[in-house]
Write a protein that binds this ligand. Structure first.
Ligand code: ADP
Ligand code: ZN
Ligand code: ZN
Length: 815
């Protein structure tokens, strides 16, 4: 062999010169960039890459690499962000499917699928706190533009790096510090490649890397010696017990590259492994059906319909074990609020380090770490909320969607995908088995089971023959006639709560409306106090002493007289969960009462603290919104009261009955899960409504029969396909003009499509935007895609901005 042998030409051709990149911009095409020499052998489709775009730098996903000569000048890509594809071929395909099906730009879709908001973030990232958000929303209306205002505005709805902010705002650093002190913004340090992680000590592990001849400060020297003597990873917070300042020293050592810092795997506690329950015969049958499908390595979809307390989780756990036993990975999706430490802990106990948890409440760096463990195949069991449907589980064999009817699976921003439906498509593409579990399946899933598309598995009773709770419906009209009092609590409910307090049992009370009073009206002139940004009334929040908009968070002080006529006859109307808590306290002065709603729950931690306290019986009564209805398994709860079952029924939404049935049935299902049987009291002024009747009987089948006929008659989903087109503008006339233009485009209605509207949205104005909507219904999904494509083309041709048009395919709500 001679050293002068030329490189074979085909090998040179293997290193591609160009890559096509999908960018998160409203233009729906890929952009071609030239690859610098150093990147040519490293790029692969699915890797993220930083490229120049106009005056900006954007992160995109590489769709393809090639050598095709380019007609014009081509810009050069800047930096490769992944050595391994962030999205493998099957996920790229899934992204394309989502973009097409949900009418979303591919770039936005791929960005939503990757773990970090893909902009290159280094150093400090600032974002608004909830109170900062309140302040920022109110600023939309003021004209002044001091640096603090400018920063709050910039941060509304996104997180930005300190560097970026500093480029745009003078004296940004000082202003940010002061905003941080006031509690309006919060900072997060994001790990750039070699920056030691700045997470809290409890979340970090440290490990010895090398000795040094440099002179080190005492604490660092001691820690390094300790680490060398004790090989392996040590939790920083634990180390601090023996070595004070260990955390600071460890970070310093990591900067010198003498020690290595790593995030603790996100774990749900260290409780000892629990022996699995022996499955009862119904659980066993369900498990065997899923096991057989797993063995066949073919796509198959199941509906696991099990009443509340029937032990669905145990079936999931066994099915996951079966998938792992065949060398495949498993993904369990849970609703946003369903991923508690109790759930996470269960999986860690059963699967140890093989389990990974992905939750939107985690910091980016935590999520990224779990995501890498999954992609590397170290974690083969993934428990995740909605966006976890994109987790790069290796050799995926099983997907489970728990509480598949839950609304939080639908994403409310572009891409407006439904996590459950994407999960089914992903399972089909990867020959995996999918299990959709619920006590109250969505009409869509129920219908798929009825038609035989999904195999139905039923858990008809609670475990250990525990009875379903006994439900009574209390007609509040009758109550009024008999007592002549407009009361929040019926006599029966008061008696039942009293009895629970005497017996040391616990009560849950559901009122699906937060705040103190729903609104304030003037008895002199009739004026109702409205949001300045939205066409809705403001809700009175007593503890915070303010009127709050539940759509945009606009807040203003509570008036002592009418803002229109100056009379002081102000009336606070309607009961919210805050007032419920107070009235309860007056009725039962000795009872220990906790409240669970978005006002008491600032973050994931509060939610867990309140629930854990209730579980430990620190409280006798838990009051709350729908948050309390979901999934909790608290054995000592023997009474569930639904204070006002009618709240959701009046909404102008075809899913109103379905929502109400699900909420009531799920809430009722919290009662009597332990050894003592439970009861449920439903207060309503429409006791004859089928949603309430069927919930009282906890009869899904009966509800399904009634509801499916209504949907069939009205051509609502699951019959045919539907899309909600929302036209938006901050200018009312502009919104109207645009909606009229779209109306003309759809008139006459395209063949095979029913067009409703355009009409003002049920809430015309939200966050200063006027909204009109148009509803498309058709029996033929392909037709729907074609018509939506036409609408997008029209909007592009008319130069509409991305904010002017929102297309929601398979909408979950029309409000
Ligand atoms: P679901 O999700 O269907 O409402 P869970 O999965 O929460 O019900 O189960 C209810 C309770 O029953 C849990 O406390 C669980 O540990 C327990 N459980 C489940 N299966 C069994 C079984 N086979 N034997 C005994 N207890 C069980
Ligand atoms: Zn008035
Ligand atoms: Zn508002």
């Amino acid at each position: 062999m001679t050293s002068a042998a030329p490189i074979p030409s085909n090998e040179r051709a293997e290193a591609p010169v160009y890559c096509d990149v999908s960018l998160p911009v409203p233009i729906d095409t890929a952009f071609t960039y030239r690859l610098p020499e150093t990147l040519r052998r490293r790029v692969q489709p699915g890797c993220r890459i930083l490229v120049p775009f106009g005056s900006r730098k954007l992160t995109g996903v590489i769709l393809a690499t090639h050598d095709r000569p380019q007609a014009g000048p081509t810009k050069e890509a800047l930096r490769l962000l992944d050595e391994e594809p962030a999205l493998d071929q099957s996920l790229l395909d899934l992204g394309r499917w989502i973009a097409t099906y949900y009418c979303a730009p591919l770039g936005d879709t791929l960005r939503a699928m990757t773990p970090l908001a893909a902009d290159v973030r280094r150093g400090r990232i600032y974002s608004l706190t909830p109170s900062g958000r309140d302040v920022a929303r109110q600023l939309h209306l003021t004209e002044q533009e001091d640096p603090a205002t400018a920063i709050l505005r910039m941060l509304d709805g996104r997180a930005l790096s300190a560097t970026y902010i500093a480029q745009k705002v003078p004296k940004a650093a000082a202003v940010l510090r002061s905003l941080e002190k006031k509690g309006f913004v919060e900072a997060e340090d994001v790990a750039a490649e070699r920056d030691p992680l700045r997470a809290s000590a409890a979340r970090l592990r440290v490990e010895f890397v090398s000795r040094t001849t440099d002179k080190l400060p005492k604490q660092e020297r001691e820690l390094l010696a300790y680490l060398e003597l004790h090989p392996g990873q040590h939790n920083l917070a634990t180390l601090e017990d023996t070595l004070p300042k260990a955390s600071t020293a460890a970070r310093a050592l990591a900067r010198r590259q003498l020690a290595r810092l790593a995030l603790e795997p996100v774990s749900g506690g260290t409780a000892p492994p629990r022996a699995p329950h022996t499955l009862n015969p119904h659980q066993q049958d369900a498990f065997e059906a899923i096991g057989a499908a797993l063995a066949s390595k073919q796509f198959q979809a199941f509906l696991l319909e099990g009443v509340t307390g029937s032990g669905k989780t145990e079936v999931y756990l066994s099915a996951i074990e079966a998938a792992l036993a065949t060398g495949r990975g498993a993904l369990l999706l849970v609703p946003e609020i369903g991923l508690t430490p109790a759930v996470a802990g269960q999986f860690h106990r059963r699967f140890g380090d093989k389990a990974a948890i992905l939750h939107s409440a985690f910091h980016d760096s935590e999520r990224a770490q779990e995501w890498r463990r999954i992609r590397a195949g170290e974690a083969s069991v993934v428990v995740a909320t909605r966006s976890g449907v994109f987790a790069p589980v290796q050799n995926l064999g099983l997907i489970i969607v728990d509480e598949e009817h839950d609304q939080s699976y639908k994403q409310q921003d572009t891409p407006r995908y439904h996590g459950r439906d994407v999960a089914v498509v992903r399972a089909r593409n990867q020959n995996a088995v999918i299990v959709l579990g619920s006590a109250t399946p969505s009409l869509e899933t129920g219908y798929n089971a009825e038609r035989g598309k999904y195999a139905r598995l039923v858990l008809p009773g609670r475990i250990e023959q525990r009875p379903m709770p006994a439900v009574s419906v209390i007609d509040m009209r009758q109550e009024f006639l008999e007592t002549r009092k407009q009361a929040t609590f019926s006599r029966a409910l008061v008696d039942a709560v009293t009895e629970r307090l005497e017996n040391g049992e616990q009560t849950m009370l559901l009122l699906n409306r937060r705040g103190f009073s729903s609104f304030v009206a003037c008895r002199a002139c009739g004026e109702r106090m409205q949001c300045v940004n939205c066409s809705v009334t403001l809700t009175y929040h007593k503890r915070d002493r303010r009127m709050l908009c539940h759509y945009c968070n606009y807040a203003t002080p509570v008036p002592d007289r009418c803002l229109k006529c100056a009379s002081d006859y102000l009336q606070f109307i309607g009961v919210g969960s805050e007032r419920l808590e107070q009235e309860l306290g007056a009725f039962f002065p000795k009872a220990r009462i906790a409240r669970l709603d978005r006002d008491t729950v600032g973050g994931k931690r509060d939610y867990e603290t309140i629930l854990a306290g209730f579980r430990e019986h620190d409280y006798d009564i838990l009051v709350g919104t729908q948050m309390i209805a979901k999934g909790h398994d608290i054995p000592n709860v023997t009474l569930v009261g639904i204070v006002n079952a009618d709240l959701g029924l009046g909404l102008p939404d075809f899913r109103a009955a379905e929502r109400t049935f699900q909420l009531l049935t799920q809430a009722a299902g919290r009662a009597g899960r332990g050894a003592t049987p439970g009861i449920v009291l439903i207060q309503t002024i429409t006791p004859e409504h089928y949603a309430i009747q069927c919930a009282a009987e906890q009869d899904y089948e009966k509800f399904y029969r009634k509801e499916i006929e209504f949907r069939r008659m009205m051509y609502y989903p699951p019959f045919g396909a539907m899309a909600n087109i929302v036209i938006r503008s901050t200018n009312e006339e502009d919104a109207l003009a645009r909606s009229a233009a779209l109306g003309r485009l759809m008139n006459p209605a395209p063949e095979g499509v029913r067009v409703m509207g355009p009409a003002p949205a049920p809430v015309l104005r939200v966050k200063t935007e006027y909204r009109y909507q148009m509803l498309l219904k058709t029996a033929n999904r392909k037709r729907l895609s074609e018509v939506l494509a036409e609408i997008r083309k029209f909007a592009a041709a008319e130069k509409w901005g991305p904010a002017n048009l929102a297309i929601d395919v398979d909408p979950m709500t029309l409000l």
